[in-house]
Design a protein around this ligand. Structure first.
Ligand SMILES: Nc1ncnc2c1ncn2[C@@H]1O[C@H](COP(=O)(O)OP(=O)(O)O)[C@@H](O)[C@H]1O
Ligand SMILES: [Mg+2]
Length: 254
């Protein structure tokens, strides 16, 4: 379980002023659930993810994984950044195996698992290609395989499909749901697409503009397996309208 309690984060800006990025954030993410995080640009979504990953220290409050305070990056966590941050000189398989190498767990089982993930992501036959030989969508799929190769129990995804065209984006998000169903883990997923948030998630957390606070949490009652055709349902409309009203800080229009 991921738990944040009264979490605040201040940065010192280049001009010496302090920026309060997050303030009083409390949130619980249940094991095996899919939580989406939405809010305007600059409201602290990436900061929140980095705090959970142990990549930056918090200023106040508690960030805990299974009741233990996060103080450093944790092998139970996989991270997917907005841009596919692959090693440009290494081939696809080497990139996917990178976390195992770092953790000192590179063995035949890990390599077999990497190949299996690549196959699931439709990348069989591309193992020896370098990133620049792949499209943006394929690179991002490699990055997702890399985040999953060490079987993390928690997957943190920061606008993972932000750079993709709309069609690839829909296809990839459904692929992600398929992977998640086959190999359950806890997902915290940042997006600026309300549609994507509602179609993918069990719960959607909206954040206020800076300093980021939790404005609202909506449980999405759409049945699984999900598809984008569910955008025409009443439940989708209810969730999307509620999220919109909280992001823009005004009541729902009649
Ligand atoms: N390393 C940093 N140094 C200074 N300010 C930062 C740093 N990282 C983020 N910020 C500031 O914190 C706020 C939240 O940023 P971020 O978490 O990236 O927002 P989001 O991902 O929601 O767009 C912004 O005002 C941003 O400028
Ligand atoms: Mg961000």
């Amino acid at each position: 379980m991921i738990s944040l309690d009264g979490v605040g984060k201040r940065f010192e800006a280049a001009d010496g002023h302090e920026v309060q990025a997050l303030s009083g954030v409390s949130l619980t993410v249940a094991d095996g659930s899919f939580t989406a995080l939405v809010g305007q640009s600059g409201c602290g979504k990436s900061t929140l993810l980095r705090l959970v990953a142990g990549l930056v220290p918090k200023s106040e409050g508690h960030v805990q994984l299974d009741g233990r305070e996060v103080t450093a990056p944790h092998p139970d966590v996989g991270f997917v950044f907005q841009a596919p941050t692959l090693l440009p000189w290494a081939d696809v398989l080497t990139n996917v195996l990178f976390p195992l190498r770092i953790l000192g767990k590179l063995d035949a089982t890990g390599t077999a698992r990497a190949r299996e993930l690549l196959a699931m992501a439709g990348l069989s036959g591309f193992e020896r290609k370098t990133p620049r030989e792949l499209s943006g969508g394929m690179q991002q799929r490699v990055a997702i395989c890399r985040a999953l190769v060490h079987e993390p129990r928690i997957l943190l995804m920061d606008e993972p499909f932000g750079a993709l065209d709309a069609l690839t984006r829909e296809e990839m998000s459904l692929e992600l749901l398929r992977l998640w169903t086959e190999r359950p883990c806890t997902i915290l997923f940042v997006t600026h697409s309300i549609t994507e948030a509602v179609i993918l998630a069990d719960q959607v957390v909206t954040m206020t503009p800076r300093p980021g606070r939790v404005a609202d949490i909506v449980d999405v009652a759409l049945p699984r397996p999900r598809s984008f055709s569910q955008v025409s349902t009443e439940e989708f409309a209810r969730c999307a309208e509620r999220i919109r009203s909280h992001i823009f800080g005004r009541p729902v229009a009649a």
